[in-house]
Design a binder for this molecule. Structure first.
Ligand code: GLA
Length: 377
């Protein structure tokens, strides 16, 4: 068995019955659009969480993780309720709760998705456990249903008011594709995405500034969007198009809500435009849209930070086709679309820019569109 299996054996002293893995994701474009009924275009990455699981007869759940050595959380499956347990173990314990699974089990987690970098380490954990217990206890839930239930875990058990993009990506992604997810229509489309075939690389530049979605900023943005929709008389900001914006600006009469609305409305349009540019192989246009999306995320949604802005400016000056902050914001990582031969020069430029400003060194690595959640052993 791979590493979660080894953790399982070391901590619990016997062999797990199965091992499941689920990936983190990079969101190519479409930020804070998912909970506004909008469009997103993410892809799964090779970094993933693994869950090694074995059933227990006594209705207890025991949770451990390679990333939190020495901690074992034990709780009765009938005693699961939001807030119990708290902390990272809630991402595991909240899964049987949302799946209405009444069987006990031992589970060990090991993850290579960096935490707090905007690459959805939380969905990776949620989804690895979800496909594992769904299969082990023959719960018979579809991938789409698992996505809905694990979003419920994150929203109602962990208490983070996130949308559903991350779970959809982790559960439905396929190699070589991004997923165009239309939340309002509840449809997904696999969009061929092959930067390597065009001599390009998607580089992640993790600023090492950490975010926390259950914290205030994400929640505040979500409420501002909901308040804007309420004032505009639409169920969600997806109901406003770019053509509607001038009128919406007049109706909102509030600078902050105007900015938030403008970001979401133009971002939905950029997702469509980027999917169109991809289908025509217009990589230069893809890059421009990424950079436009960053400006909107930074200036209208005000969810960036200086370290990520410096990364974006530096990679653009060093020849990237485009770059933007990816994920929930307030820290985390930028992605850059770069020519394969420019990768090391661009990495050097970011390292120099960070060091000259006294920032902590950025962590940089290439990502490629990878498979969704699957059984490993
Ligand atoms: C986090 C959330 C997603 C989405 C993004 C922002 O990753 O989990 O649902 O809202 O932020 O696009």
């Amino acid at each position: 068995m791979t590493s979660a299996g080894a953790t399982f054996r070391r901590v619990f002293g016997y062999e797990a019955e199965g091992l499941w893995a689920a990936p983190g994701r990079v969101n190519l474009i479409g930020e804070h659009t998912d909970y506004n009924d909008g469009l997103v275009l993410p892809f799964a990455i090779a970094q993933r969480a693994e869950a090694a699981i074995a059933p227990r007869e006594d209705g207890h759940i025991r949770v451990c993780s390679e990333q939190n050595p020495g901690q074992i959380t034990e709780v009765k499956v009938t005693g699961l309720r939001p807030g119990l347990p708290s902390g990272w173990a809630a991402y595991v314990a909240g899964v049987p709760w949302a799946l209405e699974c009444e069987s006990g089990f031992d589970v060990a987690i090991d993850s290579s998705v960096p935490v707090g970098s905007g690459l959805s380490s939380s969905a990776a954990v949620l989804c690895s456990v979800a496909i594992g217990i769904n299969e082990m206890f023959e719960l018979g839930l579809s991938r789409r249903e698992l996505a809905r239930r694990t979003q419920k875990t994150e929203n109602d058990y962990v208490g983070a008011p996130t949308g559903g993009m991350d779970q959809i990506t982790s559960l439905l992604a396929t190699i070589g594709h991004a997923i165009l997810y239309d939340v309002r229509a509840d449809t997904t489309e696999q969009v061929p995405f092959d930067p390597a075939g065009a001599g390009l690389t998607v580089l992640v530049i993790d600023s090492m500034i950490r975010h926390e979605h259950s914290g205030g900023e994400y929640r505040a943005r979500r409420s501002e969007c909901e308040e804007s929709a309420r004032r505009l008389g639409v169920p969600a900001l997806r109901g406003v198009s770019v053509g509607d914006l001038p009128l919406a600006v007049k109706q909102l009469r509030d600078d902050l809500l105007i900015k938030r609305t403008r970001h979401v409305v133009t971002e939905n349009q950029r997702v469509e435009n980027l999917a169109g540019a991809l289908s025509r192989g217009r990589w230069g246009r893809v890059g421009e849209l990424l950079t436009e999306a960053h400006a909107s995320y930074r200036d209208d949604f005000e969810a960036s930070c200086v370290e990520v802005d410096v990364a974006v400016e530096t990679v653009l000056a060093a020849g990237a086709l485009g770059a933007r902050l990816t994920g929930g914001g307030f820290g985390g990582a930028a992605i850059a679309l770069v020519r394969a031969e420019d990768v090391s020069g661009i990495e050097d430029a970011v390292a120099a820019a960070y060091s000259s400003r006294g920032f902590r060194a950025a962590h940089m690595f290439a990502v490629a569109p990878s498979a969704g959640a699957e059984r490993v052993v």
